[in-house]
Design a protein around this ligand. Structure first.
Ligand SMILES: [Zn+2]
Length: 284
């Protein structure tokens, strides 16, 4: 799988499964005539969205960014609705880095929607148990509260199966948390009220993981917010802030959902100057 070195950090993408969601829902008020030029769409109006965690190795620690779609966590009906054509392959993928799930020290959860959090737990002898038993799991306090007490809309994506078994592993923060030296999680709200991004800096090398504020390269336009966003105007303001900063710094932007690019780097005007593509298999 693809990897990149940014300062002292090494990032590698792991196969965490895939979803295929309605393109219109992923681009909110943007007309299909515009978004379909930037991101490929199938006959059912679905777009391919990976759910690939990033393995971030820094200061001797193994950090995961989000957890993938998991295995056997969705019913056949849910798999059909969400276009889950492939589930997580994390154990095998970690083994190519000479790691096991027990070796993961930290998981940074940008938010806890099912397509990010299903991989946190797994089935063992008919019971759900932590998939990464030795990991500290970081998420914002607001996100953690909504996960455990969802409203009538968010109950569709915040599932008990994904939080009850991992309660003892969770560490929350209010505005931001320094995870390791140079790596911060920052609460933004927007996509969900408790949504966070990651910001990493080592010398003049930077990456920003916008998570679902910019789920794919096609969402670079700060006005292109998702219909799934609970607070779309907040998403737009947060994108404005973090895209402008990243453009000035020549930051890399990394993706969890993008089926075509793992990371992109932009110049001050927002033009792509470097990219790390995801190789396409023949059936894509
Ligand atoms: Zn997502």
């Amino acid at each position: 799988m693809e990897s990149i070195k940014i300062g002292k950090a090494k990032l590698a993408w792991l196969n965490g499964g895939v979803t295929h969601l309605d393109g219109g829902a992923m681009f909110g008020v943007v007309p299909r005539a515009l978004w379909s030029k930037k991101y490929s769409v199938n006959a059912d109006n679905q777009i391919e969205l990976r759910t690939d965690p990033i393995l971030l190795q820094v200061d001797g620690l193994n950090v995961l960014i989000d957890s993938g779609i998991g295995n056997d966590k969705l019913s056949e009906k849910q798999k059909k609705i969400f276009g889950v054509w492939e589930e997580s392959n994390l154990t095998e993928e970690l083994s190519t880095h000479s790691l096991t799930c027990e070796d993961i020290d930290i998981i940074c959860m940008t938010h806890l929607h099912f397509d990010h959090a299903c991989g946190l737990t797994k089935w063992k002898d008919g019971e759900l148990v932590p998939a990464f038993p030795n990991a500290k799991i970081y998420t914002s306090e607001v996100e953690w509260n909504e996960m455990r007490n969802p409203n009538i809309r968010s109950v569709n994506t915040y599932w008990e199966d994904n939080w009850k078994p991992i309660v003892h592993q969770v560490h929350t923060f209010k505005e931001e948390a320094e995870i390791v030296e140079g790596l911060k999680m920052i609460h933004t709200s927007g996509h969900s009220d408790g949504h966070s991004i990651l910001f990493f800096e080592d010398g003049d090398e930077t990456f920003i993981h916008m998570a679902d504020l910019m789920p794919t390269h096609a969402h670079q336009n700060i006005l292109w917010a998702l219909a799934y966003d609970d607070y779309p105007v907040t998403s737009v303001h947060q994108k404005e802030k973090w895209m402008n900063l990243g453009y000035r710094k020549g930051a890399w932007y990394t993706f969890y959902h993008d089926a075509y690019y793992r990371a992109l780097k932009f110049d001050e005007k927002g033009n792509v100057i470097e990219s790390l593509a995801r190789p396409q298999s023949s059936y894509d």
